[in-house]
Every structure is written in structure tokens, then in C-alpha cells.
Design a protein around this ligand. Structure first.
Ligand code: ZN
Ligand code: ZN
Length: 195
């Protein structure tokens, strides 16, 4: 697990000087490759490049926080994202501290519609592709999930041909075993053997 990076109230606003909150460097002449917005439109953002990777996460946290069987996320460098509207309409929730505070890693939602927008880590942003404006019948390839994570806690089998892991990407490849505690035991054993 990532080390938590604590920031106090004073540092909270210092985020406004850093991507994805700060204005892009004037020397950076890249045009937005994709645009996105929250459900109600209070918050808008731009993405300057394709995602580095995309994944489906079946962990219990994602299931409960998203009210969904699994979460779909596309990974970007922070410098490849920029909030263009609604900075003041963002709310932050820290899963490790269970508090509405800006402590990385943090979940970002819209204060108006409460829709999830992204997860912010120390270096990366996990953006939820459902919010990106493109024709979902013509989903750009880089947004397609390349793997399933924490597949042992899935609520349903997914029949596709991308790799499935019981932990994070690369951790304990899924070999058709059942789900639940058995999978957690297997992952724990795998981590012990590979640490
Ligand atoms: Zn909204
Ligand atoms: Zn998850």
C-alpha cells in the first residue's frame, strides 16, 4: 500500500499550484485530446494525452464506493489532466482516514451531483472514463481495460480475454479458482512468496 502523504489545511490550497488543478504551463501548447465533465456539468476537465493504462477493479472498496460491481479507471500523469471548471465544486474523501479531507491518495467527487470524477494518487490520476466525452460505440483503444484487478472479490464472472489478477496488475494471476476468502488466502500466500 502507498504511504499516505498527509497535507494540512494550509497545504490543501497549495494543490491549486500543481496539476491537475493549476493552469497548464503557458509554454505547454498541447491542445486537449479529450474533454470530460461530471454528471451535472459543474466540473469540467481536459486530458492532454491518451491514458497510460486502463483497468477494471473488483475490490470491495471500489464496489462500495462506486455502488457498482466493479470500477473502470484510466491512468494519467497528473500533468496530462487539467480541471477547467468547478474547482470550487470538488469534494475530497480519504479512504484510509475515512474523512472528507485532502489527504493523498484521495477520491474526488462533484459537490453538486456527488458523482465520482477521479482518484488522485501521489503521481497519477485515475480518471473514470464514463465521464469522458466520446462515442462509446467507438471507444478509443487506450481507454479499453487491459486487465481485471482484485478479481477474487468479483460479484460476477466476466467472460473476456484480458488477464485477471487476484491482486493488483501482475499479482497472482487468476487461474479459474472460486472467489471470496479462498482467493484472499491465495493472494496473501502469493505476496509472501514474491516479496
Ligand atoms: Zn456534478
Ligand atoms: Zn478497487
Amino acid at each position: 500500500m502507498d504511504h499516505q502523504h498527509k497535507v494540512g489545511l494550509k497545504d490543501d490550497l497549495s494543490r491549486l499550484t500543481r496539476p491537475p488543478y493549476s493552469k497548464p504551463d503557458p509554454k505547454d501548447e498541447r491542445l486537449a485530446k479529450y474533454k470530460g465533465n461530471c454528471f451535472c456539468g459543474s466540473v469540467e476537465f481536459e486530458l492532454f494525452d491518451d491514458p497510460l493504462d486502463a483497468s477494471y477493479c473488483h475490490c470491495r472498496d471500489c464496489q462500495r464506493l462506486h455502488g457498482a460491481p466493479y470500477q473502470w479507471a484510466a491512468i494519467f500523469h497528473k500533468t496530462d489532466m487539467h480541471f477547467t471548471k468547478g474547482q470550487e465544486d470538488l469534494i475530497f474523501y480519504s479512504v484510509p482516514t475515512k474523512a472528507t479531507e485532502y489527504v493523498l491518495p484521495v477520491k474526488i467527487s462533484c459537490a453538486v451531483c456527488h458523482g465520482p470524477i477521479a482518484d488522485e494518487g501521489r503521481r497519477m490520476m485515475l480518471v473514470f472514463p464514463e465521464l469522458v466525452q466520446f462515442d462509446f460505440n467507438l471507444l478509443p483503444g487506450p481507454f479499453r481495460a487491459t486487465h481485471h484487478m482484485f478479481y477474487g472479490s468479483r460479484v460476477e464472472d466476466v467472460h473476456d480475454d484480458i488477464p485477471k489478477f487476484l491482486g493488483k496488475k501482475g499479482e497472482c494471476p487468476f487461474e479459474g479458482e472460486s472467489k471470496g476468502p479462498e482467493s484472499i488466502d491465495k493472494l496473501t500466500k502469493w505476496r509472501t512468496e514474491h516479496s
